[in-house]
Write a protein that binds this ligand. Structure first.
Ligand code: GDP
Length: 414
C-alpha cells in the first residue's frame, strides 16, 4: 500500500504503468532481508502444574527436542524445591534461512505444593525483572541492540478436569494478565470427549469473563483485509485451545506416519484439526501472531508497567516530557517519519518518471511532426515530378502529331 500522502500530493500523482524495471519495488525486501539477517527472537513462558504436558507441547510446537527427556528417576521428597523455579532454555532454530532465537521459560513446581498461595509470585517476579532489565537498558546512552528478554506470550495450561477453572488458575491469571499475553490452553485434551471439550471451553471462558481476566485477543482489525480478519476470528474461536502434544510418530491406516498418540480405541493426531486445536495454537504463536504478540508486549504491557513504575518513583509524566523519554512513542514517530520519507521518495521517483515520460512523448511528437513534414515534402516533390513527367508525356504524345501537323502545315505551306 502506498504510504499516506497529503491530498495535495495525491492530486499531483498520476498513476503510470512503468515500461521498465526501476527497482523501488525492492524496498520491502531490503527491510525484510535485514530482519532475516538479524534473526528474530521469541520468548514464551509455559505455566501449569507438572505433568500437564508442557515440555511435550513445546517440543511438538517447534518440532525439536528443546527439552531433554525428563529424568525418569523421581527426585526424593527432600530435594523437591519448596518454591516455584524459573527455568529458561534457549535455542537457535533455523527454517529456510530464517533464524529464530527461541527462549522457553518453564515454571517447574507450579501448583505442586500443599500450599500454592504464593505460586504466582516467582512468575510475576520473573516477568517484572525482565521488564526492569529492558527499562534499564533503554535508559542507557547506548540504546542500540537491546536484548529483548521480555516474555512475549504465556501459555497457561489448564488441567483437563472438565469442570471449570480452579481458584489457583483464577488467582494466577489475575496476577499475570496485565503483564503478559495470556494464552489459555486445555492440556491433554485427548483425555476428554469432544462434547466435554466444548462444554469445558464454555465454562472456562465464562470464568475468565466473570473475573475480568484479559486474555490475548489477536490483532486489532483496523488495517487488515477481510481474509486476515476471518483467519483471526477462526483462530480466536478456538480459545482456550484444546491441545494434544506428542513427539512420537504413529502409523495410521494408509501406512502414513503422523505425530500422535495411540489408544486402544484409535489414534489422536496432533496435526489434525478435527482431532485437537494444536494447529491453531501453533498458527497463533508462530505463523501469524508472533509479531503481534511482541508488539502488544512492547507497546501495551511493557509501556503500562513502565509508566506505573515511573509514577511510583515519583516521576510525573508531563505528556511532552513523556513523549521525549518514551521510546515506544519515539520509535513510532521515527517510523512515521521514515514512512513519510519513503512516501516522499516514491512521489519524487514518480515525478521524475512522469517528467521523463513527458519529455519522451514531446520528443516523439516532434520527430513525428518532422517525419510528417519530410514525408509531405517528399510527397510534394514526387507529385511535382509526376506532374512534370505527365506533362512531358503529354507533350511527347501530343508533340508528334503536332510536329506532323506542323510538318504538314509546313509542307502545305511550302
Ligand atoms: P510437564 O511436566 O508439564 O512438562 O509434562 P511432560 O511434557 O513431561 O508430560 C508428562 C506426561 O504426560 C508424559 O508422560 C507425556 O507423554 C504425557 N503427555 C504429554 N502431552 C500429553 C497429551 O497431550 N496427552 C496425553 N494423554 N498425555 C500427554
Amino acid at each position: 500500500a502506498t504510504p499516506a500522502l497529503s491530498a495535495a500530493d495525491n492530486k499531483n500523482i498520476v498513476r503510470r504503468k512503468l515500461t521498465g524495471y526501476v527497482g523501488f519495488a525492492n524496498l520491502p525486501n531490503q527491510w525484510h532481508r535485514k530482519s532475516v539477517r538479524k534473526g528474530f527472537n521469541f520468548n514464551v513462558m509455559v505455566v501449569g502444574e507438572s505433568g500437564l504436558g508442557k515440555s511435550t507441547l513445546v517440543n511438538t510446537l517447534f518440532n525439536t527436542a528443546l527439552y531433554p527427556p525428563k529424568d525418569p528417576k523421581q527426585p526424593s521428597l527432600e530435594i523437591i524445591p519448596k518454591t516455584v523455579a524459573i527455568e529458561s532454555t534457549s535455542a537457535d532454530i533455523e527454517e529456510n534461512g530464517v533464524r529464530l532465537r527461541l527462549t522457553v521459560v518453564d515454571t517447574p513446581g507450579f501448583g505442586d505444593f500443599v500450599n500454592n498461595d504464593e505460586s504466582w509470585r516467582p512468575i510475576v517476579d520473573s516477568i517484572e525483572s525482565r521488564f526492569d532489565s529492558f527499562l534499564e537498558a533503554e535508559n542507557k546512552v547506548n540504546r542500540t541492540n537491546i536484548a529483548d528478554t521480555r516474555i512475549h506470550a504465556c501459555v497457561y495450561f489448564i488441567q483437563p478436569t472438565g469442570h471449570s477453572l480452579k481458584p489457583l488458575d483464577i488467582e494466577v491469571m489475575k496476577r499475570l494478565h496485565t503483564k503478559v499475553n495470556l494464552i489459555p490452553v486445555i492440556a491433554k485434551a485427548d483425555t476428554l470427549t469432544d462434547e466435554e471439550v466444548t462444554a469445558f471451553k464454555k465454562r472456562i471462558l465464562a470464568d475468565i469473563n466473570y473475573h475480568n481476566i484479559q486474555i490475548f485477543e489477536g490483532p486489532r482489525y483496523e488495517l487488515d483485509d477481510d481474509e486476515t480478519i476471518a483467519e483471526n476470528q477462526e483462530i480466536m474461536s478456538k480459545v482456550p485451545f484444546a491441545v494434544v502434544g506428542a513427539n512420537t510418530e504413529v502409523q495410521i491406516g494408509n501406512g502414513r506416519k503422523v505425530r500422535g498418540r495411540r489408544y486402544p480405541w484409535g489414534i489422536i493426531e496432533v496435526d489434525n484439526e478435527d482431532h485437537c486445536d494444536f494447529v491453531k495454537l501453533r498458527q497463533m504463536l508462530i505463523r501469524t501472531h508472533m509479531e503481534e504478540l511482541k508488539e502488544h508486549t512492547s507497546n501495551v504491557l511493557y509501556e503500562n508497567y513502565r509508566s506505573d513504575k515511573l509514577t511510583s518513583l515519583g516521576v510525573t509524566q508531563d505528556p511532552s516530557v513523556f513523549k521525549e523519554v518514551n521510546p515506544a512513542v519515539k520509535q513510532e514517530e521515527e517510523r512515521a517519519l521514515h514512512e513519510q520519507k519513503l512516501a516522499k521518495m516514491e512521489a519524487e521517483m514518480k515525478m521524475v518518471f512522469q517528467q521523463k515520460v513527458a519529455e519522451k512523448e514531446s520528443k516523439l511528437r516532434q520527430s513525428e511532426e518532422e517525419l510528417y513534414a519530410r514525408h509531405k515534402e517528399m510527397k510534394d516533390q514526387l507529385e511535382k515530378q509526376r506532374l512534370e513527367l505527365e506533362e512531358k508525356k503529354n507533350r511527347l504524345e501530343t508533340g508528334r502529331p503536332l510536329e506532323e501537323k506542323k510538318g504538314r502545315k509546313g509542307f502545305s505551306l511550302r
